[in-house]
Design a protein around this ligand. Structure first.
Ligand SMILES: Cc1cc2nc3c(=O)[nH]c(=O)nc-3n(C[C@H](O)[C@H](O)[C@H](O)COP(=O)(O)O)c2cc1C
Length: 364
């Protein structure tokens, strides 16, 4: 298959000394498709809703916070224990205290998990100040010690999700030496530095370097909002799999569309705005059933966390979102959604370049 940006090439064969565990979770005939971990979004209701649209090959949980007094959060464990998708789920941890990371990894291994992932990318100041998440990238020596200890303690596949540096992507070479030292089962790279947060262009060349240097599968992440961007990411990096975050909240068909493009050069199902309305209704009813105690106002407020991604990905999304931000209940919420979305018009393949959440994310 050609590597043109509109199609998805198969991943190149990679040598494997390590990484069999994770590699077994990937399809053999096309690049793997993975749902990114997203705090307060990729929980049990979200997994439940997106699975019927095709869903990813592998799900990641939100991160489990690890510190002196931490216990694995019950609502995240629930996603693992009740995983309705039948697909593998990887539990992500965030923290920097080695004994407590090991303790938590042991606890997580009592649940049905396909692997454990360490977060080395979260840019939240409160996390970085504690030298956890992306903050750890300032200290490759500490990363080295954590990976050695966790690799020793974890019996299931052990994966790492990183960015390409803290201040600058030139830090990635040193980090890559650390990653190459340990037999981790996969490395996911969000191709930005911690300082770049979510809106800069992706450093594809750094991801490509990791693909060339590491024995384990490399997962490319960042800005994959369409089949075109999936093809571009694979063509630029040669990664074994793609991880999709915001693009999957906006468009739950994206995994099915990528599968279809990998097998037939076709872009797959092209949803209408009315299909999108159906997805919003599914999110609404599934999250409602999960939290029946919430008032209608609380539930409407909670829906806004998805709508930021769904609505700003549409041509008239700003107007819809402005209305939704002021709405005080589900009646008003759905009146607005119907006004803008009850139509046969196609949903745009990619978010408009002017959309706030996706600004700078779609290259023309
Ligand atoms: C709302 C939100 C929550 C996130 N939470 C996590 C998290 O818990 N763990 C993590 O590793 N990354 C987290 N991320 C980062 C995503 O996993 C992903 O790396 C990033 O959004 C880039 O991918 P995308 O362009 O496909 O969205 C979060 C991102 C967003 C937008």
């Amino acid at each position: 298959m050609s590597a043109s940006p509109s199609t998805i090439p198969s991943p190149p064969p990679q040598p494997s000394r390590h990484g069999f565990g994770f590699r077994n979770l990937l399809p053999v005939d096309r690049p793997g498709l993975i749902l990114a971990p997203m705090q307060d979004v990729t929980d049990l209701p979200f997994w439940t809703v997106i699975h019927p649209y095709g869903g990813p090959d592998i799900y990641f949980t939100e991160y489990f916070r690890v510190h002196l007094n931490s216990k694995p959060e019950r609502h995240i464990l629930k996603a693992l224990d009740e995983n309705p998708t039948g697909r593998p789920a990887i539990a992500q941890m965030i923290g920097q205290d080695i004994p407590h990371l090991i303790r938590t990894a042991r606890e997580l291994q009592r649940h049905p998990i396909a692997g454990i992932d360490l977060n080395l990318g979260c840019p939240a100041p409160i996390v970085c100040r504690k030298d956890a998440g992306g903050g750890l990238l300032r200290n490759p020596g500490k990363v080295d010690a954590i990976l050695a200890a966790l690799r020793d303690a974890i019996e299931v596949p052990f994966t790492v999700k990183t960015r390409v540096g803290y201040d600058c992507y030139t830090e990635f070479d040193r980090l890559l030496e650390v990653f190459a030292k340990h037999p981790i089962d996969a490395l996911t790279i969000h191709g930005r530095t911690v300082k770049e947060k979510y809106k800069s262009p992706i450093h594809y060349a750094e991801i490509r370097k990791a693909v060339d240097a590491l024995d384990c599968p490399v997962v490319a992440n960042g800005n994959i909002v369409s089949v075109r961007m999936a093809g571009k990411t694979l063509a630029e990096t040669g990664a074994a799999a793609l991880m999709i975050g915001r693009g999957a909240i906006r468009n739950p068909w994206i995994f099915a569309q990528c599968r279809s493009a990998a097998s037939s050069d076709e872009a797959g199902h092209a949803p209408s705005l009315r299909d999108l309305l159906g997805y919003i209704r599914a999110l609404h009813s599934t999250t409602r059933a999960e939290d029946p105690e919430a008032t209608d106002l609380q539930h409407t407020t909670m829906m806004k966390r998805y709508m930021n991604f769904i609505a700003t990905g549409l041509s008239k999304g700003d107007a819809l979102l402005n209305g939704i931000r002021r709405s005080t209940g589900s009646r008003e919420f759905f009146d607005l959604c119907e006004q803008y979305l009850d139509s046969d018009a196609p949903m745009p393949d990619e978010p408009p370049v002017t959309s706030a959440v996706f600004a700078g994310l779609v290259e023309q």
